[in-house]
Design a protein around this ligand. Structure first.
Ligand code: SP5
Ligand code: ZN
Length: 336
């Protein structure tokens, strides 16, 4: 399977994140990508598809903010990584503010997503890696893997969050749809709900979003991913959320996967975008499912059995020592 990764994706390296009321080491490290690469072999660099596919999914003012946020932070006399401390609650009237702290709140929603000097470059090339993978599948490959990092599925049209800035899965899905490769479905199997992807396509009947994730009653991102969220307006029934309890192992995961794949088949899907997170692993330090190495291979095989052209983008996964082998097992299953 073609693997795409661009070394410019390593430029994003914040020092710390907020966790349970204290600072802790930033989890979504460049070393994650290096560990995956070491296990799955050489990758080819991204090609540059420019800003248009990003603008098809993201708000232009948000992208402008992301490009200059860190420089604005430094210009305000701050040290280190840019991070917000005030967020507008839902329903607050929109106001165009210039102060960096106001803009960090306006375009983000949490304190685990600092913006560092290299964030824009890394996020840009992460998205371009995903588009490069799409190109390979559009030209006839059965599948391609984009080692996206930073990840994307928590980023919405005009917000970052959950270590994510540009929503690579959404960008690929929108571009695949635009190229007439659809109907397009997105399957998100990261431990955390893909709230950004859901929001982007919430009112869109042309792209199906299906997610299997930890119940947001107990886990981040809390405010999205509950079972009764099924899309809005014209997009009603084009969103399917399958939350599962902490402790879920393959025996309980597999029926949810079967439901997800049945919904994808019923949609008439002809092109699949897969948001893959390895943070469902039993040994993941920030997550609470119980999948083992072999289960990742089985997960890949089950998805491959759908027989769809598939672009897989990397999302989360934080068990540094096992991450590479888990991704390799998954990709081996997916290629079978
Ligand atoms: C892409 C992805 O998997 N994003 C996950 C974002 C989850 N953020 C909330 C949980 C943060 C937990 N931080 C734990 C630090 C322990 N030292
Ligand atoms: Zn995750």
């Amino acid at each position: 399977m073609k693997i795409v990764f661009d070394s410019r994706q390593l430029a994003h390296a914040p020092a710390r994140e907020m966790h349970n009321g204290d600072w802790t080491a930033f989890q979504e490290t460049p070393a994650r990508a290096e560990a995956i690469l070491a296990a799955i072999g050489p990758a080819e660099p991204a090609r540059d598809f420019g800003m248009d596919p990003l603008l098809a999914v993201h708000d232009a003012a948000y992208l402008d903010f992301l490009k200059i946020a860190h420089a604005d932070w430094r210009a305000a006399g701050r040290m280190g990584d840019a991070i917000g401390y005030a967020w507008p609650i839902v329903g607050r009237r929109p106001v165009n503010l210039t102060r960096i702290d106001a803009r960090l709140g306006r375009y983000g929603y949490d304190a685990v997503t600092p913006i560092a000097a290299g964030t824009w470059d890394a996020a840009y090339w992460s998205a371009q890696s995903a588009l490069t993978a799409l190109d390979a599948v559009a030209e006839g490959a059965s599948g391609a893997f984009a080692l996206c990092r930073p990840p994307g599925h928590h980023a919405g049209r005009d917000y970052c969050g959950g270590y994510c800035f540009l929503n690579s899965a959404a960008i690929v899905a929108a571009e695949a749809h635009r190229r007439g490769l659809g109907p397009v479905a997105i399957l998100d199997v990261d431990y955390h709900h893909g709230n950004g992807t859901q929001d982007i396509f919430r009112c869109d009947s042309s792209i199906l979003f299906v997610s299997i994730h930890a119940d947001p009653v107990t886990d981040y991102p809390f405010y999205w991913g509950h079972a009764d969220e099924d899309g809005e307006g014209a997009g009603r029934d084009a969103t399917l959320n399958l939350p599962l309890p902490r402790g879920t192992s393959w025996a309980a995961y597999r029926p949810a996967l079967n439901r997800a794949l049945a919904a994808i088949a019923d949609f008439g899907t002809r092109f699949l975008v897969l948001s893959f997170g390895a943070d469902t692993y039993a040994g993941d330090p920030i997550s609470h499912f119980a999948l083992e190495r072999d289960d990742f291979a089985a997960l890949g095989r089950h998805i491959a059995a759908a027989g769809l052209p598939t672009v897989t983008v990397m999302e989360g996964g934080y068990a540094a020592a096992e991450l590479g082998d888990n991704v390799a097992a998954f990709l081996a299953g997916l290629s079978s």
